[in-house]
Ligand binder design. Structure first.
Ligand SMILES: Nc1nc2c(ncn2[C@@H]2O[C@H](COP(=O)(O)OP(=O)(O)OP(=O)(O)O)[C@@H](O)[C@H]2O)c(=O)[nH]1
Length: 624
């Protein structure tokens, strides 16, 4: 069927619209399935079909993860006498691609709100994973119709029978109702499209009411400014309208509306149930926030669509340029990234050890790694980052409360209690690993809430864990201890009072701010010993003895010594060659430039880099 004969945006009867998304655990084949659907519906031709059409950013393609969700409009004709029993005719399928990672749960939940149904995609060789469950619960919470699909049935290791049963039990249907696909070969995908038409409810909305549209994504484009993706719920949005963002009351001139199919196509308007984009000349995604409701200023809606949430950073770290001259470049780069990332926060900070940099806030560790990688790659920066930490609440005896996002802001004085954020974590793993996982969670101060068998040999374990423990190497350890079989999902669930202390590292009595960490009392000693030992190896001997101490307040908990040497560069130059002496002295000065002074102690820049890149407070492995 040709695309041009399909119903046009703004003139599409809601009864033929089907809005759906695909939810899956990472790598279960969501992007591949999306590509296959684009191809089958004729939206992307065979030849131009490049792998993973929807994942636009290079990093996304390389890492194989999807960060930004997008909506694609696909016309689909159901033929008479199809096996699935779908009503023949031409339909408009709007597919919303959702990010799969836990850091982006908020974006997932907003894109779910834009749909009537979710395809729950599960790898037929892996079975249900933690994010399958987490996303399913989100989808059920949003009242979506669920279509269970087992993908990768072409794999020799696929176990269709076992996992179809698992999936059917989870969703509450018969194993026969689980659809089978291979996104790679295309088997089963046509049937899936027909089932979408048959099973997914058409959108309902009031065409005559004032316009209300939900923003489910917003992306910065260098040439066009912010492109905002919306789902129209009531009324219509026309390219002539002036629109209003309901959370802020800000008014914007509309420059363009349209649909993605799969490139942007301008339209006169978008009507009830349709998804598409709008462009207003806004230059910053923070002015067009995911979750906000758009209305038309000439005829305003009074009630926004439910549940707008401001994304709050949960993990903080200092980012410093290795070359101090790059500071302005780093600032510009962060500003540019923020145009496209409403959740990224940063503010300038100075560190005695590292110089000028920024304290940045992220949704989680993956968000942090991606941001750092983009800074290094797209802006050619060499960065050093301090160990990440979460946000602590320090309650003083005099009743004041300090919000601490940086160990160096940890207050002095009489502390009544320190509260730390906790998460509800779900871990799915083969039953053989129950003991190993329990041990790890115990070590990370976890509390077992409950455990269920999903099938004979797979369990779901539910824990509360301090977010600070998860933020470091928990996931890496979980993966390595379970040979990659365990999967993890977590969500913020409040906070708790804990025995936390700030450990300072001192060189010759001077604290080195970059190494201070807030850790649990029981882990303080090992952190101190580890850091002191490491620095002893990394800092060259000086002309005087340098004590390295780890301390909680005034109490020293670990100590190492760097013994003195007298490095007399002129020692070899007895005799009188003055030019040679001068050259050696010059050379020594050069070397000193890359040294940082901590009190009287010269520390090579590399020592900071090495000490920070190989250690978080939990003594974790290097983060690439
Ligand atoms: N054999 C086989 N491989 C598949 C199939 N579908 C996807 N894959 C492969 O599985 C890997 C992951 O697929 P993606 O489509 O990137 O997975 P995804 O769910 O989009 O991953 P995220 O975007 O990270 O959430 C890729 O190497 C695909 O080529 C399938 O049906 N059969």
């Amino acid at each position: 069927m040709s695309v041009s004969s399909a119903p046009q945006p703004g003139h599409t009867d809601p009864a033929i619209i089907r809005n759906f998304c695909i939810i899956a655990h990472i790598d279960h084949g969501k992007s591949t399935l999306a590509d296959r659907m684009l191809q089958l519906t004729g939206v992307v031709g065979e030849r131009e079909a490049k792998a993973q059409y929807l994942d636009r950013m290079d990093i996304e393609r390389e890492r194989g993860i999807t960060i930004k969700s997008q909506a694609v409009r696909m016309p689909w004709t159901v033929v008479d006498g199809n096996e699935e029993g779908a009503e023949p005719g031409t339909y408009i399928l709007n597919m919303i691609d959702t990010p799969g990672h836990v850091d982006f749960t908020y974006e997932v939940s907003r894109s779910l709100q834009a749909c009537e149904a979710a395809i729950l995609l599960v790898d037929a060789a892996q079975g249900i994973e933690a994010q399958t469950l987490a996303n399913l619960y989100l989808a059920m919470g949003a009242d979506l119709h669920i279509i269970p699909v087992l993908n990768k049935i072409d794999l020799p290791s696929a176990n269709v029978e076992k996992y179809a049963l698992e999936l059917a039990n989870l969703v509450g249907c018969e194993p026969e109702d689980v659809l089978l696909t291979s996104a790679k070969t295309g088997v089963g995908v046509e049937r899936l499209l027909n089932e979408i038409v048959r099973q997914v409810p058409a959108p309902v909305g009031d065409a005559d009411a004032p316009a209300r549209a939900l923003i489910f994504d917003s992306v910065y484009d260098t040439y066009r400014g912010v492109v905002t993706y919306v789902r129209v719920v009531d009324g219509e949005l026309s390219h002539r309208d002036k629109i209003k963002m309901m959370s802020t009351g800000a008014l914007h001139e509309m420059l363009e509306v349209g649909v993605i199919s799969p490139e942007p196509m301008k339209a006169a308007k978008l009507g009830v149930g349709e998804t598409g984009y709008l462009i207003t000349g806004v230059k910053d995604v923070r002015q067009s926030r995911v979750g906000d409701t758009v209305t038309v200023s000439s005829r305003q809606a009074t009630e926004p669509l439910g549940g707008y949430e401001h994304p709050n950073p949960m993990v903080f770290a200092g980012l410093y340029p290795i070359d101090g001259d790059d500071y302005p470049t780093l600032r510009d780069a962060l500003e540019k990234l923020q145009l496209n990332d409403a959740a990224l926060t940063f503010e300038p900070e100075t560190s005695g050890a590292l110089g000028f940099g920024f304290r940045c806030g992220f949704l989680g560790l993956l968000h942090m790694e991606i941001t750092r990688e983009r800074l290094e790659r797209e802006f050619n920066l060499d960065l050093i980052s301090t160990a990440p930490n979460v946000v602590y609440e320090v309650h003083m005896e005099d009743g004041t409360v300090h919000i601490v996002t940086n160990p160096s802001e940890y207050p002095e004085g009489k502390i009544a209690e320190v509260r730390e954020p906790i998460v509800n974590a779900t871990i799915l793993a083969p039953a053989d690993y129950i003991g190993t996982i329990m041990e790890l969670c115990q070590q990370k101060r976890g509390n077992l809430l409950g455990m269920d068998y999903l099938s004979e040999d797979r369990v779901e374990m539910r824990y509360t864990l301090p977010m600070g423990e998860i933020a470091f190497d928990f996931f890496d350890q979980l993966k390595s201890k379970t040979k990659g079989y365990a999967s993890l999902n977590y969500e913020r669930s409040g906070d708790q009072a804990s025995d936390l202390v700030k450990v300072d590292i001192l060189l010759q009595g001077e604290p080195v701010d970059a190494f201070s960490a807030i850790v649990h009392k029981d882990a303080a000693y090992s952190y101190g010993v580890m850091m002191a030992g490491k620095l002893k190896d990394l800092i060259p001997r000086q002309q005087f003895e340098v004590p390295i101490q780890a301390a909680i307040g005034a109490r020293v908990i670990a100590r190492e010594n760097i013994r003195a040497i007298r490095k007399d560069v002129l020692a070899k130059c007895y005799g009188g060659d003055i030019t040679r002496k001068r050259k050696l002295l010059e050379k020594q000065k050069e070397g000193k430039k890359r040294m940082k002074m901590v009190g009287r102690v010269e520390v090579p820049q590399e020592a900071f880099v090495a000490a920070l890149s190989t250690s978080g407070p939990a003594g974790d492995k290097p983060k690439k």
